[in-house]
Design a binder for this molecule. Structure first.
Ligand code: AMP
Length: 380
């Protein structure tokens, strides 16, 4: 089987690493594919809107997928005329635009923060009056890792926020003082079968995911049921195939949907060691029409991202039980260079190694939240 991947980043790399043992071969279309250098992968170095390159890319593929969601829907739709593309372009179209996405959620009865469309300065003032402050102004398109958004706390900041976003179409969202952030990684196969990993607790700093704890400690079973029921609605409505991630705010025992990513997701990297089947393998199984793998968890896992700089590999490996994944990318501030997963039978057993790891990667400031007392058993 030959799979084409649009995009040459770490998610593509991790998909390839999951597929090689299954005998899958890969072709990647990306201007840059530093994270895939050295892997046995065909690489076409071209832009996604290069029609000739897309044709060349598609020839002989069994299926194509994408590993980041800012690839143009036009390019993906052109590709879909030649080869099956999963997740379906419609999912990409919905996820790329925060207004479409939130409207879609609401149409399915999925709770979200209150929001309003903002096309102009006048709209923004009306929206601020309606939703109140604090609120978050988010560009509708091309936002990721907290980019393209501004928190407004005072009416005097409204004008500056509009300027800062550059006057692009946006949405204004009520600011949620959430208890914590969670995500759900879901997968749907070509025959409509679905599977879900447990909710994961996510810790961000400067808008970038730093740490995930899986399963989310002390999550009420009812939250998992709710997240799965809403995810099922999304998957079936979009006739989705592949892995889908949905990010949530938990507040007062309820979930509010923040956004979805029609791809494998950073908060699911722990599944490589911490679940019966990794999200990367399950994405491939889904898009190739193969049986999905189990999503049950093995104990509990903590995932720590390596951002901007990487400690020496030996120092990371010195943390008991650590599993180190480096992406082969050159260091740059804010860049995801790798991740480390620590897995144990229960939270108590990984508490100390996790504390050491956070210190080694310079994330001590997250320790209080991440290492807050956890119940004795995973997810219990
Ligand atoms: P996003 O790009 O929408 O995932 O937002 C990045 C981060 O900003 C989220 O992970 C939250 O930590 C924070 N954030 C986004 N929207 C809101 C909101 N409505 N209220 C409070 N925090 C938010």
């Amino acid at each position: 089987m030959k799979v084409g991947i649009l995009g040459g980043g770490q998610l593509g790399r991790l998909i390839v690493l999951a597929g090689l043992p299954l005998g899958v071969s890969f072709r990647v279309l990306a201007r840059e594919a530093e994270a895939l250098a050295g892997l046995a992968v065909e690489h076409i170095a071209a832009d996604y809107d290069d029609v000739e390159a897309i044709e060349h890319f598609a020839a002989g593929l069994d299926v194509a997928t994408y590993e980041f969601e800012n690839v143009s829907v036009g390019a993906v739709s052109a590709l879909a005329k030649q080869v099956p593309v999963y997740p379906p372009p419609r999912a990409l179209h919905t996820a790329q635009d925060r207004l479409h996405e939130k409207t879609f959620f609401q149409g399915l009865g999925i709770a979200t923060p209150e929001f309003a469309a903002v096309e102009s300065r006048a709209d923004l003032h009306v929206a601020v009056d309606r939703l109140g402050l604090p609120a978050v102004l988010k560009a509708r398109r091309l936002g990721y890792d907290g980019k393209g958004q501004v928190v407004i706390t005072d009416p005097a900041e409204v004008e500056a926020a509009w300027q800062r976003l550059g006057g692009v179409p946006a949405i204004l969202e009520q600011f949620i003082s959430f208890d914590r952030e969670l995500s759900l990684v879901a997968v749907r196969g070509r025959r409509g079968e679905t599977a879900y990993y447990p909710l994961v607790e996510n810790h961000h700093r400067s808008g970038i995911l730093r740490v995930s704890l899986a399963p989310a400690p002390s999550a009420e079973p009812q939250l998992q049921r709710q997240a799965e029921a809403w995810a099922e609605g999304i998957l079936q409505t979009l006739d989705y195939v592949g892995v889908l991630a949905i990010e949530w705010f938990e507040i007062g025992g309820r979930l509010l949907a923040n956004e979805m990513a029609p791809r494998v997701h950073n908060s699911g990297h722990w599944t490589i060691e911490g679940a019966a089947t990794s999200q990367f393998e399950n994405h491939l199984r889904a898009i190739l029409g193969w049986p999905l793998g189990g999503t049950s968890v093995l104990g509990c896992s903590a995932l720590v991202n390596l951002i901007g700089t990487c400690p020496a590999t030996a120092d990371l490996l010195a943390v008991p039980g650590s599993h180190v994944h480096l992406y082969g990318k050159s260091p740059r501030p804010g860049r995801k260079l790798g991740h480390v997963t620590i897995r144990g039978e229960e939270w108590a057993s990984i508490h100390e190694p996790l504390r050491q790891l956070l210190a080694r990667v310079g994330e001590e400031q997250l320790s209080a939240g991440v290492l807050a007392p956890r119940p004795a058993r995973a997810g219990g």
